[in-house]
Design a protein around this ligand. Sequence first.
Ligand SMILES: CC(C)(COP(=O)(O)OP(=O)(O)OC[C@H]1O[C@@H](n2cnc3c(N)ncnc32)[C@H](O)[C@@H]1OP(=O)(O)O)[C@@H](O)C(=O)NCCC(=O)NCCS
Length: 143
Amino acid sequence: MEIRLIEKIPTADEFNMLTEAVGWGTREEKIVEEALRNTLYSLCVYDKDRLIGYGRIIGDKTIFLYIQDVMVIPQYQGRKIGTNIMEAVLKQVEEYMKINPDIRLYLGASKGMEAFYEKFGFVARPNDELGAGMIWGSRWKKK
Ligand SMILES: CC(C)(COP(=O)(O)OP(=O)(O)OC[C@H]1O[C@@H](n2cnc3c(N)ncnc32)[C@H](O)[C@@H]1OP(=O)(O)O)[C@@H](O)C(=O)NCCC(=O)NCCS
């Protein structure tokens, strides 16, 4: 293995290969390209020339940030690559915090992934202080 973390935007093909490998399916190339172009911080993990992991930050850079698309392909899971991705992403968040130390960082954990994010200090909601995180989209529309 020759694992390298590189701050760059992957191609739509590379990104779709990853999302497919972790069971999230694929999206149209032009949609992926546009989404990745609008990303604040994009971190690729390569083994030699193969993209095997990824994470990104979206948001307004100073008040609200979202971590999205943290993924490691199954053959490489359980080797701390996800941890390395989160550490790099959080290091970038610290940069944004220099402008606003009270920045808010969100993410939506996939079902069953909460414990992974709790390791990095994320708190599940709802709790005594916060309401539920909510989502809107055709997939969840009530009939
Ligand atoms: C979640 C994911 C990125 C973790 O990557 P990884 O490289 O396997 O994680 P690591 O090897 O760095 O594991 C770090 C720790 O998290 C734990 N962990 C990993 N996946 C976990 C899970 N699903 N639930 C609970 N804990 C988990 C590990 O046991 C490890 O614990 P330890 O530090 O006590 O040993 C990876 O499993 C993945 O891509 N899953 C599919 C995509 C996905 O669901 N992403 C999350 C989107 S919200």
